[in-house]
Design a protein around this ligand. Structure first.
Ligand code: P6P
Length: 334
């Protein structure tokens, strides 16, 4: 019987190969994988578990919380605080830093995550996911403050997402490429199925929420209009469009077959620099995209270079196939 390479085997091999995954980081990532398996079970139960409803509460983003938002956040906290590798955590679902409880052994990493990204899709059975980012706790305080998390995306030591779709997948990078694992429920292990994921430099598929068209800035208006004009326009070729309203699903599609994903700055709410959050959406996904040979920009700046100013800071996101992202960045520069 052929047993594929499990996540824990892969991480140990990667450490032997290039020293990119020290034992403490391996322990943390294996624990994160356990939390994603538990979230997969909770999500895949669907309505049977009676957890598909909305709560009265709102999260820090001012968005109505779903029962599953809270349940998955608690799973992530309870499982990963036991890893013995964390100095603190931060989540889309919590205003402030989560301090590791006294009864848990602490470690040197910071874990930032969105426990259930795209959760508005969960009631209509469209793929949702978990996004996570790992930073080093550089500070000396035993209880890290928000400021300890505010490191540019280039300082991430690992990033990944779980995609709860037709199959449950875990896609990670530790800075030496991007690797995809599929959950084999017969053995309860993530098994390597997509080694060295690489984004094609060219694409004919763009992803944007077109209902915001009237709010976009001119460079994005121009880029999308040219895609829609297809063969009859300056690009001289037809494009296709996708919008799942679940960033994890969009990024995964782009990793597999290319594409460009845009949630640009718009004038819909001038107080917001974009919709997506830097620390637990844009940064981890940008690390993954760049490690897969793609590009990730606000349109004006490389996302991984941004010096964060707040745990829940929003940024414009334009990422995916390098040659198309460069077209959009070029239009911003004109
Ligand atoms: P809209 C999900 O809420 C999310 O944060 C991303 O996963 C997704 O790409 C985007 O927002 C969808 O936004 O405005 O289309 O609902």
């Amino acid at each position: 019987m052929h047993l594929g390479i499990t996540l824990s085997q892969f991480l140990a091999d990667e450490q032997r190969r290039n020293g990119s995954v020290p034992a403490d980081l391996q322990t943390l990532l294996n624990q994160v994988a356990i939390s994603c398996k538990l979230i997969s079970n909770a999500v895949n139960q669907g309505a049977l578990a009676g957890v598909m409803g909305n709560l009265e509460s709102e999260n820090v983003q001012g968005e109505t919380q779903k029962q599953l938002d809270v349940i998955t956040n608690e799973i992530f906290l309870e499982v990963n605080e036991q890893s013995g590798q964390l100095a603190g955590m931060a989540s889309e679902e919590m205003e402030d830093v989560y301090q590791i409880p006294k009864h848990c052994i602490k470690g040197k990493y910071l874990l930032v995550f969105d426990p259930l990204d795209g959760s508005s899709n969960v009631n209509v059975n469209i793929s949702v996911g978990t996004i996570f980012s790992v930073l080093r706790h550089e500070g000396t305080a035993s209880h890290p403050a928000a400021a300890d998390f505010l490191q540019p995306g280039t300082r991430q030591v690992a990033a990944g997402y779980a995609l709860y779709g037709s199959s449950t997948m875990l896609v990670i990078t530790v800075g030496s490429g991007v690797f995809g694992f599929t959950l084999d429920r017969n053995i309860g292990e993530f098994v390597l199925t997509n080694p060295n994921m690489t984004i094609p430099a060219d694409t004919k598929e763009f992803a944007i929420n077109a209902s915001n068209q009237r709010f976009w800035e001119a460079p994005v208006q121009r880029y999308v209009a040219e895609c829609v004009a297809g063969k009859t326009g300056p690009r001289g070729r037809d494009f296709n469009m996708r919008w799942v309203a679940s960033m994890v699903a969009e990024v995964h599609r782009i990793l597999v077959r290319g594409g460009i994903f845009m949630y640009p700055k718009d004038t819909k709410d001038p107080s917001k620099a974009g919709k997506l959050r830097l620390m637990y959406e844009a940064n981890p996904m940008s690390f993954i995209v760049e490690q897969a040979g793609g590009m990730s920009s606000t349109g004006r700046q490389r996302i991984l270079d941004i010096q964060p100013e707040g745990l829940h800071q929003r940024v414009p996101v334009i990422l995916g196939s390098r040659n198309e992202v460069e077209v959009v960045v070029g239009y911003h520069a004109e």
